[in-house]
Design a protein around this ligand. Structure first.
Ligand SMILES: Cc1ncc(COP(=O)(O)O)c(C=O)c1O
Length: 371
């Protein structure tokens, strides 16, 4: 009998706090679920049709490691049209999570430091630490904007990468054009690689999206179709950046994910031609509706993107507030403690029907009164 079957590395982690909220949701009858970070609209009809066609045409096997040529070439020309930089390479991955895994595996050695901005997407710290790297967290509260001077001060000889996420999960905050330009200049001058997680770039409500990759060929970009085209289950993402990094990602994909699911890739290719203005406008409308209802009742930074609102928790503790929300209102939100060291806020995902959002707003209004 094994006394210790689980590796020390795996044993060091706990289940994601968001999963715990999902488990709670499964046990509650008719909860108001504002905890799920995925779009509530359907993936484009043309993408659904392309998926069915691909299955029926027998396109069910492995694909080349770096993705089917038609999708890769389409994405490459999109990136070239936006950034120039003809030497940039691209690899299609198994979701943007796959891209994040591969990019970090390609860059991080044991002992390396990776700068992350907290609150941060739940996957960043475990991935870095699994590789033996060390996360150096910069707390962005209360504005949730990146302070480039603080980043400069946090860089040491051990710093390998900076993980930037804009528009951000969980705050919805979009980094300004000046910030991303300054961050790109800083990273280049100090020989540090920016990994720019741009999964929510389609969700920029108040101005154009700004990428640090527009200012440096060295930026490694993580992107995908999960959020922009409501394809979370199809696992289609990609990484683009300097050839040596993307070559390393491609090589590592051979030994891990093998390839992105083939049917998802054909669906993704069709999705790229679909007009997405209407569902994105709906998301913006819901953001505005939620902000209007909570203004004066909760304190929050107005989110310019993604589909989250990140208010301060009445009473000061995100955890205590999330528990109260479940107990008193069957309302599910995610406590800020899931996204970093601070437990001062909570996350609302507003990609739900108007009816659910209305119930959520009513519950949040009562909860604010009760403190
Ligand atoms: C910031 C961020 N990056 C990456 C991901 C991973 O998305 P996927 O693997 O579905 O592309 C998510 C999902 O919630 C996210 O919020």
């Amino acid at each position: 009998m094994h006394t210790r079957p689980i590796s020390r590395r795996a044993g060091a982690f706990d289940s994601s706090g968001i999963r715990k909220v999902f488990d709670l949701a499964a046990r509650l009858e008719d909860p108001i679920n504002l905890s799920i970070g995925q779009p509530d609209f359907e993936m484009p009809a043309a993408a659904r049709a392309a998926a069915k066609d691909a299955i029926d045409a027998g396109r069910n096997g492995y694909t080349p490691t770096q993705g089917i040529a038609a999708l890769r070439e389409r994405l490459e020309s999109q990136v070239r049209a936006e950034l120039g930089q003809p030497q940039r390479s691209l690899c299609v991955t198994s979701g943007s999570s796959g891209a994040l895994n591969l990019a970090l595996m390609s860059l991080v050695d044991p002992g390396d430091e990776v700068i992350v901005f907290e609150p941060a997407f739940v996957m960043y710290r475990p991935l870095v630490e699994f590789l033996g790297g060390r996360c150096v967290a910069i707390d962005t509260a209360p504005t949730f904007q990146v302070d480039v001077d603080r980043v400069a001060a946090a860089i040491t000889p051990a710093t390998k990468a900076i993980l930037l996420n804009t528009p951000a999960n969980p705050t919805g905050v979009v980094a300004t054009a000046d910030t991303v330009a300054a961050l790109a200049r800083l990273a280049d001058s100090r020989g540090v690689t920016i990994i720019s997680d741009e999964l929510y770039r389609a969700y920029c409500y108040d101005g154009p999206f700004a990428s640090p990759a527009a200012h440096s060929e060295n930026v490694v970009v993580i992107d995908g179709l999960s959020k922009s085209h409501a394809m979370t289950g199809w696992r289609v993402g990609w990484v683009h950046g300097p050839k040596p990094v993307v070559d390393a990602c491609t090589m590592l994909q051979q030994y891990t994910f093998v390839c992105a699911p083939q049917v998802g890739q054909w669906a993704g290719l069709a999705a790229l031609d679909a007009p997405m203005e209407a569902p994105l406008a709906e998301c913006r409308r819901k953001r505005d509706m939620l902000m209007a209802a909570l203004r004066g009742r909760y304190r929050f930074v107005e989110p310019g993107g993604a589909f989250y609102l990140y208010p301060e928790a009445p009473g000061g503790s995100g955890k205590a507030f999330a528990e109260r929300a479940v107990d008193e209102e069957k309302l599910l939100v995610v406590p800020g403690s899931v996204f970093g060291a601070a437990d001062t806020h909570f996350r609302i995902a507003y990609t739900v029907s108007d009816a659910t959002l209305g119930r959520g707003i009513a519950a949040l209004t009562r909860l604010a009164r009760g403190t």
